[in-house]
Write a protein that binds this ligand. Structure first.
Ligand SMILES: NC(=O)C1=CN([C@@H]2O[C@H](COP(=O)(O)OP(=O)(O)OC[C@H]3O[C@@H](n4cnc5c(N)ncnc54)[C@H](O)[C@@H]3O)[C@@H](O)[C@H]2O)[C@@H](O)CC1
Ligand SMILES: Nc1ncnc2c1ncn2[C@@H]1O[C@H](COP(=O)(O)OP(=O)(O)O)[C@@H](O)[C@H]1O
Ligand SMILES: [K+]
Length: 569
């Protein structure tokens, strides 16, 4: 599991060690230079550090200090290192080490009484990098972004730092682009909230010290961090202080409900499904297929009834009442259930919500809010969820969700659906109703707001899927390829979440915070199933569902889990 702690927690953990004189910056810089060495060897044709051209962008704080010390170590290994000082001051120790190691220093920074280096910008040009800086960047094999770390307030880079970021070649049009390594965090990104205000240098790798910071896991900033390499510098972080987590394979294996020798299908969990309509049966097929293939004990699929069906049922019930005959004849499957059965013959069809017991519900995928009969079924599921039955509510169920649900209920909106839901409840930003752009700019903020308003666990879908559950516990999963953005893949995710809620229903009722971990686990498996179905290429939603058994089997095998174990529920 990857865990991110807030910058305040990291600073608090650093403080006693710094006071005791522990060489934290030396540890950070050494690990940073080791990662740079690895990258230079991997990316340079010459496969070595000697002769590599490295540019260190150094701000005036300790983040710049880390970068300068790492630059010094690289220079001592034969790299041609240029440091560009972007702050009004420079980290004295880092600068001294860099100069002693032969790093070329460019900057107008006063250190003590002295002005060091060359002018960054041409005279009177303010914050423009000068030709020496631009030449160094144009020829760089690798750029170290040490402009600002956890000292940033996330409101965007200022001054020369901003201009330097804009001057790094981006490789557009097939041109040269250096490898970019962010020091601790991509400079200027929202360290604690994942916001991105203004230009931030996109990193290939972020080497982060003590612990990952939340912004490395939270979109949109997480999309600029590249691969996150945490470095242990000896901090002891507070056990309960995790701000954001990311599940890995072993965590998911430990959460997955696995049948034991004495398990039977009912005890393993029955999932009731109210997804799809006669007009749009696909969502019914996909959600049901996913639940079955994710390993649920049984699916009870609620068929769609129109008003004529309901009239016939009423008449038939009245006739039975007159005859005092309690046994209802089995009703033939309608067109929707027929389509679902054709894909998944193992499904049991129910005539209505409440016909037969279930441990959890999945409802709303592929249900049109304008369809009155199907909406009644969805409303019945929402009522059951309100009464304490674990449920995943998707798409056409979301607008029936009001406040006062518990975290045992998982909502699965995408950004547009979440924006609509929030706007309908009067949520505004900058004086206007929350829209999709606002949610995409601050997804964590709005997912938390939806959790606060509804009480439910909120799984916000996207390239990175965020899950906010009981107590605001947050999970960030980025496991799927962009190919997963395909019609129907959300229906598959709803089926997987439903399967997990059904399989661990008793545990979820006892501890609703578990629902967020299960939802995050579902997102991981869903993403991996897309990779597995077509490595590197297009994937259909049904193919994602069909890949689920193999992905789950792989996870359980890697966990070293026994082939059979008792179901935790
Ligand atoms: N204290 C230590 O010994 C350690 C610190 N560490 C490093 O220290 C960093 C934190 O250092 P600091 O607290 O000095 O803060 P930073 O270095 O992150 O930021 C402060 C500097 O950035 C400038 N700055 C702030 N906002 C800016 C903006 N919007 N645009 C342009 N410049 C801006 C400030 O003027 C100041 O010069 C961590 O991120 C980490 O890299 C690590 O080396 C671990 C040990
Ligand atoms: N760029 C992306 N990269 C990876 N996964 C994505 C990306 N965009 C969307 N997804 C995932 O694809 C799924 C799309 O779901 P959704 O928007 O509900 O589609 P539909 O309604 O067609 O089923 C979600 O699981 C989401 O997290
Ligand atoms: K940085």
């Amino acid at each position: 599991m990857l865990r991110a702690w807030s910058s305040a927690d990291v600073r608090a953990a650093e403080a006693p060690l710094l006071a005791a004189g522990e060489p934290l910056m030396d540890r950070a810089a050494f690990a940073l230079h080791v990662e740079v060495v690895r990258l230079l060897r991997a990316h340079r044709r010459e496969r070595r550090v000697h002769g590599a051209r490295v540019v260190v962008l150094a701000g005036g704080g300790a983040n710049g200090g880390d970068a300068l010390h790492a630059g010094a170590l690289l220079a001592r290994r034969g790299a041609a290192v240029t440091a560009v000082l972007a702050g009004e001051r420079a980290h004295a120790g880092g600068l001294a080490a860099a100069r002693a190691a032969g790093v070329r220093v460019l900057g107008d920074v006063a250190v003590g009484d002295a002005v060091v280096g060359d002018a960054v910008g041409p005279d009177d040009e303010g914050d423009e990098p000068g030709p020496l800086v631009c030449d160094a960047l144009a020829g760089a094999d690798l750029v170290l972004d040490g402009l600002v770390g956890i000292g940033s307030d996330g409101s965007g880079l200022r001054g020369l730092a901003r201009a330097l970021v804009a001057a790094v070649p981006t490789g557009t049009g097939g041109g040269h682009r250096p490898v970019v390594v962010a020091v601790d965090v991509p400079s200027g990104s929202g360290v604690d909230d994942g916001r991105v205000a203004g230009d931030v240098l996109r990193a290939d790798v972020t080497v982060t010290f003590g612990a990952p910071k939340p912004g490395l896991l939270l979109p949109p900033a997480s999309g600029l961090a590249g691969q996150v390499v945490p470095v242990d510098i000896g901090l002891t972080l507070p056990a309960g202080g995790v701000a954001v987590g990311r599940l890995e394979g072993a965590d998911v294996a430990a959460l997955w409900p696995v049948p034991g020798a004495t398990s039977q299908k009912y005890a393993r969990g029955v999932l009731g499904v109210v997804c799809g309509t006669t007009r749009y049966p696909g969502a019914g097929v996909l959600a049901t297929s996913a639940a079955v293939l994710a390993g649920v004990g049984m699916v009870r699929f609620v068929d769609e009834r129109d008003e004529r069906d309901e009239r016939d049922e009423r008449d038939e019930r009245d006739e039975r009442d007159e005859r005092e005959d309690p046994a209802a004849p089995p009703r033939p499957a309608g067109p929707l259930a027929t389509a679902v059965l054709a894909a998944r013959p193992e499904v049991v069809v129910a005539g209505a919500v409440g016909d037969g017991r279930v441990q959890a519900w999945a409802a709303g995928s592929g249900v049109d809010p304008a369809d009155p009969a199907r909406r009644r079924d969805v409303a019945a599921v929402v009522a059951a969820a309100r009464d304490g039955v674990p449920a995943v509510l998707d798409a056409g169920a979301l607008d029936l969700v009001t406040e006062g649900l518990g975290a045992h209920v998982v909502l699965t909106p995408h950004a547009g659906e979440l924006a609509r839901w929030l706007a309908d409840r009067g949520e505004r930003v900058g004086g206007v109703p929350v829209d999709r752009d606002a949610v995409e700019a601050e997804p964590w903020r709005w997912a938390r707001r939806a959790h606060d308003l509804s009480g439910a666990t909120v799984l916000l879908k996207g390239a990175t899927t965020l899950v906010v559950g009981a107590g605001g516990s947050t999970w960030s999963q980025a496991d799927g390829p962009a190919w997963l953005a395909t019609a129907g893949s959300g229906d598959v995710l709803a089926g997987v979440v439903g399967a997990l809620l059904a399989g661990r229903a008793e545990d979820v009722v006892a501890d609703p915070a578990l629902a967020a971990r299960l939802a995050a686990a579902a997102a991981l498996v869903h993403g991996r199933a897309a990779h597995h179905a077509t490595p590197g290429g297009p994937v259909s939603a049904l193919a994602v569902a069909h890949a689920l058994p193999a992905v789950v089997a792989d996870l359980l095998a890697q966990d070293g889990a026994p082939a059979v174990r008792d179901c935790p529920a």
